[in-house]
Design a protein around this ligand. Sequence first.
Ligand code: ADP
Length: 359
Amino acid sequence: MPYLVLKDINKIYPNGFHAVHDFNLEIEKGEFIVFVGSSGCGKSTTLRMIAGLEDISKGDFLIDGQRANEKGPRDRGVAMVFQSYALYPQMTVYDNLAFGLTLEGIDEDIIEEKVKNVAKILGLTDYLDRLPKALSGGQRQRVAVGRAIIRKVGIFLMDEPLSNLDAKQRVTMRSEITEIHRKTGATTIYVTHDQTEAMTMADRIVVMKEGYIQQVGTPYELYFNPVNVFVAGFIGEPPMNFVRSTLKNGKIMVGKNEIDLTKKMKAADIKKYEGKELVFGFRPEAISLGAGDGYVIKAEVELTELLGDNTNVYVDIQGDKSILKVNPHDTPEMDSEIVFTIPLESVYIFDNETEKVIK
Ligand code: ADP
């Protein structure tokens, strides 16, 4: 039995705004789940319904097989880390960490042991006497995480916990949170708009858009088998290239390059989509320079950006713009004509009307 079940969950705010539609998800004990999507897509609302901070308008939420819709936050066994760390400014790190346990009336000795243990895991041992204002952003964030993990809870909820940190601290905290999850094994739901955080931390990712789940899957599944244009364009940096073109006699045009889709699509689909607009997608990193095995495309180089580990090449495929990622040693000249190859298995075809992938 899954540990958490969200069944047809909906949120309609008092002002009538329908923020979350028919959200269905089952979460196994110990999983690290990431909700990802642009701002306003309903991630926090869903997380807050799980935490018990927002009513569930419609649907069922089960913890360990028991309906939990009506349970208060304290009875759900959840701990939450917010974007604003919400530390008590007048309390030392020690007291911030101990606060929840003190409220629960736990023995001082046991509290001390737990605080020291958590401080050790989080590298805060030398800062226990400090006030939050005397800590860096990353250290404050660690205290906030520590305050959540110090209590024995089954569910750990995090709402954009790294967004107040600089890029370097985010990378460090990302691996620290993954490490803490590995050590504690707590079921974790993590909200972010950052696809890199989602890809690097999640066991499974839930991609949301405008209140609807788009796809649920492992990072690998989302990257290699996106179900629609939105997910394909959301995961990956630079994003997948898309070229829209009408299917005529089994062929589409990518710029002035004729692409024979009978090599890629099922015969039944070729028939079904004849005369319809399709979306031809390929990832910047999936190509190789030169003519090889696959779809060979001619393009003009508009701009190159050497990033060190690779070069981003902005090309014009006779009207359609795309980005290619190439080895920096193979960086082509600006304004030159190049030829590149996309292997057939790296091409994605979508229905332009429904935006769904055509397998
Ligand atoms: P996310 O976390 O993905 O950025 P939210 O869950 O915070 O998105 O918000 C989802 C949508 O619900 C947004 O359009 C937001 O404006 C709206 N919303 C959030 N809180 C309320 C509220 N209390 N009343 C009405 N609408 C709200």
